[in-house]
Design a protein around this ligand. Structure first.
Ligand SMILES: [Zn+2]
Length: 251
């Protein structure tokens, strides 16, 4: 059997003790692969991506312990955490959210938690997914998932987690739509139409300025792009500032 070494710690690995990555590097299952969350998929990942994810988990676990754990006990209504499924915690007061993995140590009856912490403002998409699977008795059952995708994030930025049913996904979608100010209900159709109109006017202004060779064409175009972005995703400036301030306190 061919021998390989773990590209991170240098330990010797074989077919069973090593995990091969997309770029043909190996990492050891015993130590280095355990630094990754179970949501992380090694098969399409490169060594650089694994390193980014390990760093993300180290920082995220610190942020979880220093920011989220104290907030679990808060009596202040605005600071309370919102939980989706068993693994996702949202902290609206700090602009952060966490994917948490709890590992139980059977020998010492303790548990330890590992986390990736994200800026809520980087949440770019949330979608419902379902899959039919056969359970241990051979009966078909439906698994429900919520799929999340983050921008501006190195490491694990695209993953899904279990929810009990599609209604739980709907609650999550409504929660974030409201936070981002992108309610697509009929009650807000007028509001959205107005925002869209403002964005279109900005683009029209930029096109005109560019055509006439005006000096401020670049600034106008940048403002137009921001207006369209804000229309589609909501204005996230405040959320970004909150999240960066909170993350700066993590030691
Ligand atoms: Zn290793």
């Amino acid at each position: 059997m061919a021998k390989n070494v773990c590209a991170i710690c240098g330990a010797e690995v074989n077919l069973f003790s090593g995990q091969q990555l997309a770029d043909k590097n190996y990492i050891c299952r015993k130590v280095c692969a355990k630094k990754c969350l179970k949501n992380f998929d090694f098969v399409p990942a490169t060594l650089d991506e694994v390193r980014s994810h390990i760093e993300q988990v180290e920082k995220g676990t610190k942020a979880w312990n220093q920011i989220f754990i104290p907030l679990q006990k808060t009596k202040v209504k605005e600071e309370k955490l919102k939980r989706f499924g068993s693994d996702i915690y949202v902290s609206p007061s700090t602009g952060l959210m966490a994917l948490v993995e709890t590992r139980y140590k059977f020998i010492v009856f303790g548990k330890s938690q590992f986390a990736c912490v994200y800026r809520i403002a980087d949440l770019a998409a949330y979608e419902y997914e379902q899959e039919k699977v056969k359970n241990s008795e051979g009966k078909e059952e439906t698994k429900h998932y919520c799929h999340l995708f983050f921008h501006n994030t190195a490491g694990l930025y695209d993953f899904r987690f279990n929810v009990s049913n599609s209604l739980e996904y709907k609650k999550l979608a409504e929660y974030f739509d409201k936070m981002f100010g992108i309610e697509k209900t009929l009650g807000n159709a007028m509001n959205n139409a107005k925002k869209q109109w403002a964005a279109i006017k900005d683009v029209a202004g930029a096109v005109k300025a560019a055509a006439s060779g005006a000096e401020d064409a670049e600034a106008k175009a940048a403002q137009a792009a921001e207006s369209v972005g804000n229309y589609l995703e909501g204005d996230r400036t405040e959320l970004i500032a909150k999240a960066d301030a909170a993350l700066a306190t993590v030691k």
